[in-house]
Design a protein around this ligand. Structure first.
Ligand code: NDP
Ligand code: 2IT
Length: 451
């Protein structure tokens, strides 16, 4: 086929939308990558003729299953479980499990697609996958969560394995859930292997994994600022979310002298003008991880403002760290952030900015690190947890801290390499991340032949 005969970007997207009707988050994630990749491969015939992007955007397989469990009142409850195994060209499928009532196929396909590029960007041998269930852990007892996790793994165990597919946590899946899931896998298979990451240290978990995503998101911002000869100290920072990623992004920002004034959850956001310090953050960690309460309690405890049902993006800031969920920064939020003088955004959550919001940030030439680069520290340390499990050793926290920092610097450098805009100093980290992530997967697929 001659180059001129290839489908163009609108035709590619029209085909994708026709084959995956109604899956808006999946369309959004593919469009963001495809818009850069089409430009990159315009003079590279082999990527076209071998249909590489079309193949990456068609998951290797999707497993969908019933998860039946009994609640504390003796009622039989039914949820839907999923695992999307997107691409294993450069390593076993790897990616988190999300337990949230909003979970559907579109969301998991977007996350598995993104994960394929993110994992490639880390430089580690990890393929891309994602899974989860429309189960809401909120308000459930520990025993209910345990029974749900055991039932979920009773189906999933036959599809995963330490060299096959290695799930981890995501929204609604933390240390408690990973413990129950790992216990059930071990019981069903009678094998103790590194089939999940994010385990407790006592049974094969890695130091720094809990902190890695949040820390990495801040390291990415640190590297972007450093390239402009600037740093984080004294900057007013907005963080959204109050879970794993938000907590450790806040911890690292405090350590580096940032002034964090917001956090949010599904009920609203808190604005603490005095700044969130280590003591207040310890309160948040206990509130969200142990007591599992709402963030309004913080406002009562420390006399901060609580804005019910709202996101924090209207608060003036220098830097923003969205760490809650997809599309939490709308296009108008992005414009407000820019108008209020925000100079940098590093995405801890997956795809937290709407497509036009990303364009607003890049058009305004502010520092913008997309999620597949900025939150890759988590999966990177998961990759290191897999290495530790295969050698049956646990490395020291200090060694892992150094490795995480180096990996984030490597990601930043790969983004810069492919994201430089000719004729200006501006780095388009979105393009950099998409292309750097694409090339390794694409070239491996070419090496394997057509399959
Ligand atoms: P958690 O479950 O620990 O925390 C999620 C936080 O976001 C909670 O505060 C939650 O509120 C809030 N939230 C979730 N969904 C919504 C929603 N629809 N609207 C408003 N608030 C919401 O999850 P994580 O911190 O692990 O994950 C946060 C983001 O980071 C996700 O996008 C995830 O995919 C991404 N990520 C996570 C990684 C990890 O290692 N954990 C790695 C890379 C990315 P509430 O407390 O009320 O439930
Ligand atoms: O989105 C993500 O990168 C994660 N939820 C972490 C995946 C992992 O395998 O550690």
């Amino acid at each position: 086929m001659a180059v001129s005969d290839h489908v163009d970007l609108p035709q590619f997207m029209a085909g994708l939308e026709r084959r995956n009707p109604g899956e808006t988050e999946f369309h959004q994630a593919v469009y963001e990558v495809a818009s850069n990749v089409f430009e990159f491969i315009s003079d590279k015939e082999i990527y076209h003729s071998l249909q590489i992007l079309r193949r990456i955007a068609e998951p290797d397989r999707i497993i969908i299953f019933r998860v039946c469990w009994e609640d504390d009142q003796g009622n039989i409850r039914v949820n839907r479980g999923y695992r999307v195994q997107n691409n294993n060209s450069i390593g076993p499928y790897k990616g988190g499990l999300r337990f949230h009532p909003s979970v559907n196929l579109s969301i998991l396909k977007f996350l598995a697609f993104e994960q394929t590029f993110k994992n490639s960007l880390t430089g580690l041998p990890l393929g891309g996958g994602k899974g989860g269930a429309d189960f809401n852990p909120k308000g459930k007892s520990d025993n209910e969560v345990m029974r749900f996790c055991q039932s979920f793994m009773t189906e999933l165990y036959r599809h995963v394995g330490d060299d096959i597919d290695v799930p981890a946590g995501d929204i609604g899946v933390g240390a408690r859930e990973i413990g129950y899931l790992f216990g059930q896998y071990k019981r069903l298979t009678a094998r103790f292997t590194g089939v999940l990451t994010g385990k407790a240290i006592d049974f094969g978990g890695s130091p720094i994994r809990t902190e890695a995503t949040g820390y990495g998101t801040v390291y990415m911002m640190q590297d972007m600022l450093a390239l402009r000869g600037e740093d984080l100290a004294g900057r007013t920072c907005l963080v959204s979310g109050a879970g794993n990623v938000a907590q450790y992004a806040t911890a690292k920002l405090i350590e580096l002298g940032g002034h964090v004034v917001t956090l949010s959850d599904s009920t609203g956001f808190i604005y603490d003008k005095d700044g969130i310090d280590a003591e207040k953050l310890a309160y948040v960690m206990d509130l969200k991880t142990v007591r599992r309460g709402a963030l309004s309690a913080y406002a009562e405890e420390f006399g901060a403002e609580f804005h019910s049902g709202r996101t924090p993006w209207g608060v003036p800031c220098d830097l923003a760290f969205p760490c809650a969920t997809q599309n939490e920064i709308t296009t108008s939020d992005a414009e407000i952030l820019i108008n209020n003088g925000c100079i940098g955004v590093s995405e801890g959550a997956n795809m937290p900015t709407e497509q036009d919001g990303i364009s607003a940030f890049t058009d305004a030439e502010i520092l913008f690190a997309p999620s597949k680069a900025a939150n890759a520290g988590g999966v990177a340390v998961s990759g290191l947890e897999m290495s530790q499990n295969s050698t049956r050793r646990t490395w020291k926290a200090e060694e892992l801290e150094v490795l995480l920092r180096e990996i984030m610097t490597g990601i930043h450098e790969r983004c810069v390499e492919h994201g430089r805009c000719p004729g200006t100093d501006y780095i388009d980290y979105v393009r950099g991340a998409n292309i750097a992530g694409f090339v390794k997967v694409a070239d491996s697929m070419i090496a394997y032949g057509v399959m």
